[in-house]
Structures are given as C-alpha cells and as structure tokens.
Design a protein around this ligand. Sequence first.
Ligand SMILES: [Zn+2]
Length: 265
Amino acid sequence: MRALSTPAVVLRTREFGESDKVVTVLSRALGKFTGIAKGAKRSRRRFAGSLEIFSHVMLDYRLKSHADMAFLERAVLIRPWHHILGSVERYAAASHVIELADKMTAEREVGDELYALVVAALARLDQRPASATTLRILELAAMTACGYRPELERCARCRRPLPSAGDVRVLQSGAGLACASCGEREKFGPTITAGAAAALGRLAQAVESSRRGELAGDPAAAFADDERLEAETGARLAREIRLATTTLLAPHLRSRLRVLELMGV
Ligand SMILES: [Zn+2]
C-alpha cells in the first residue's frame, strides 16, 4: 500500500465509531472518493480539525486493492475559508457548490477540471458576496467540466440562432435550448423568454472564454465578470434563468439539489 498525496476539498463527513471519521472528498488526483480517517476525532497532529465540510486540504492517503474505501492518513489545511464560514449567505452558496459537485459525480470518475472549478468557486465565495449569477455560472461550468455542456447560444436541434423575441424551450434531456418550432416537437420542458435565453447565452460565453485562449485552465476566470453579468441580467430574469439551469442539470444529478430548494436563488 503505497502512500499517495493529493489536494482535495471535503464534500461530506460522518462520524464512525468512537474515534473515526468517514470522509468523502473531491480530489485532483482521483476525482471523488471516500476514505476512513482512523482516530480523526482524537488526532490533532494528523488532522488538526481539517476534515470538515468545504475544507481545502493536502491529503495523504493509501489505497488498498479491492477495498472501497481509502485510508486517510493525514490532512493539512491549504487555506481556511474565513468569510464562507462567517456568513450564512456564503455558507449556503458554498453548500450549493459542494452538493452540486457531489451529486454530479460517481466515485473515482471525474478528472481534475471539476476539482479546480470547485476550488475556484469556493475562493470566489470567500472573496466577496455571491449573487444568483455566480451560482448559475458555477452550474454551467460544472456541466461543461463533467462533459454535459448544454447548447445555449443557438438552437440545440436545428442549430439556427435563437429567436430575439418570444419564447424559447428548455430541453429536458439537458441538451440545451430550442427555438419555438423545434420546441413544439419536444413534449416536455419549460419555456423561458428570449431575453432570459440571451442572458443564459452570455453566461455560457463567460464559461467558454475561461476555458479557451489566454484564460485556458483558469476556472476562476469564469467568475471574474459575474457582477457585471448580474447587473446586465437583472432580478427580473433571475427566476427564468434558474428554472432553465435546474432543468438542464436534472438529468445529470444522482438526486435533487436540496440546498437550491432551500435557498430560493
Ligand atoms: Zn430550432
């Protein structure tokens, strides 16, 4: 059993027996995985209170062949999230980030892009107050990172530009948006206004440009313009945009998002 090491974000923990903890993390090296931290509740030397939800840690672990769970040997905090832990709104938004990452992935499946995105999203939330737009950008970027990028800049069926007035259909398959005539052939899926569709297209562009060109590989760039995009979008379209991303996310989630329902943003 070779000792391995990876940076990771803690998604979930639960107590196990007298002194152990079972911890699920999203890591750069292995995607999501679960491990047991023996003596975690007692050992300040090996874990030092670092195995808590949202914690960004450098994790030492071992993998036993044929065992589902890893053995977590040591975790050192990379950086604390003081502002997330100090604000109810930011804590709720960070919970959405974590829950989304957890429900979009299976164990040991996804590569390092989602890990980097989750760290960037938590850093963004720790830095300044979040808006609904921040979370919508996260959702679109997470779908892209997991290989589910929806088509939001043109009709996902006929490939023509989306209409600039009237209604646009949100495809329940998660494929993206469709113009009215293509939408009529799809049985299900809510409609949103052309204005909301255009705003979604702008968010999708922000995500795409953070993955291309000079910004490539820096997921933090996806959030750089969120305040300007929020101002452009306005509160009037926020509900429609949320309805659209919730619909597009649904086929890719293992269960419904609890935090989103509670937050109402
Ligand atoms: Zn069409």
